[in-house]
Design a protein around this ligand. Structure first.
Ligand code: COA
Length: 260
């Protein structure tokens, strides 16, 4: 896959997607949103790719937000379409059915923080900074930051970040649960690789159903979420992976999952 704003590579079942506009701190212009949407659509359909590492080019930024040059020229109707398009991309990433590890190598502001939050896990380098600075520009987050941030860190801390617009450090992001791990910059990609490999060693079907149970269940009333969980738990028991996983445990050997 070849793109203007992204680098794409797949190695041994892992897709490496890099937002590649370092001279603009990897700000997401419309082209980048379109290309990410296309790229994740292809990853979803691929039987070769089991997981994704998403990062930004250079050592300064993951993604420093939506492209403010484009934002400045938006009409109300265009802005609505832009928000809906960005939200659709975030939903595609969140519900990919495969793990997406955000390797956050610098600024993750505005749309960059929203992009990171749509990922399955977030691993940050020590120099990363997180924020939703939109109110400083006279707008509010538009790629579902007002929805995902309170779900991840609680309403009080989300409101503090969204209303102040002030960034927080990687350590603070870890302390409030916005990121899973903070590591030195040179360790970022190797740590993300370990995280994705740990998940890829498990049954891909079970991983997909677990993602579905958590992502959809968290939006439902508890009883409905439990029904969803029970249904997916039942479906797992129809798979070869379940037979292999339980048999391997009983035979004291590592499981070899086929994803069937
Ligand atoms: N959209 C468009 N361009 C952006 C951008 C964005 N979100 N973020 C950074 N850039 C561009 C800058 O305009 C600059 O371009 P130039 O060299 O052509 O002037 C280049 O990226 C480098 O950024 P610069 O501001 O010079 O780097 P810095 O180290 O001084 O500051 C930031 C880094 C992240 C603090 C600063 O760039 C910033 O505040 N960016 C906007 C963040 C934001 O509000 N995001 C939410 C948008 S909704």
């Amino acid at each position: 896959m070849s793109y203007e704003t992204l680098l794409y590579e797949d190695r041994a079942g892992v897709a490496y997607v890099t937002v590649n506009r370092p001279q603009k701190l990897n700000a997401l212009n419309q082209k980048a949103v379109q290309e990410l949407t296309d790229c994740f659509g292809q990853i979803e359909a691929s039987s070769e790719v089991g997981g994704v590492i998403l990062t930004g080019a250079g050592e300064k930024a993951f993604v420093a937000g939506a492209d403010i040059n484009e934002l400045a020229a938006l009409t109300p109707a265009g802005a609505r379409e832009t928000a809906l398009g960005g939200q659709a991309l975030m939903n595609e990433i969140e519900n990919l059915g495969k793990p997406v590890i955000a390797a956050i190598n610098g600024f993750a502001l505005g749309g960059g923080c929203e992009l990171a939050m749509a990922c399955t896990l977030r691993i940050a380098s020590e120099n990363a900074r997180f924020g939703q600075p939109e109110v400083k520009l006279g707008i509010i987050p538009g790629y579902a930051g007002t929805q995902r941030l309170p779900r991840l860190v609680g309403k009080g801390r989300a409101l503090e970040m969204i209303l102040s617009g002030e960034p927080i450090s990687a350590q603070e992001a870890w302390r409030i649960g916005l990121v899973n791990q903070v590591v030195a910059l040179p360790d970022l990609i190797p740590t993300a690789e370990k995280a994705v490999q740990k998940i890829l060693a498990n049954s891909p079907i079970a991983v997909r159903y677990a993602l579905e149970a958590v992502n959809h269940g968290v939006e439902m009333a508890k009883n409905d979420g439990e029904q969803l969980e029970a249904n997916l738990f039942g479906l797992c028991c129809a798979t070869e992976d379940m037979k292999e996983g339980t048999r391997a445990f009983l035979e004291k050997r590592p499981a070899q999952f086929s994803g069937k």
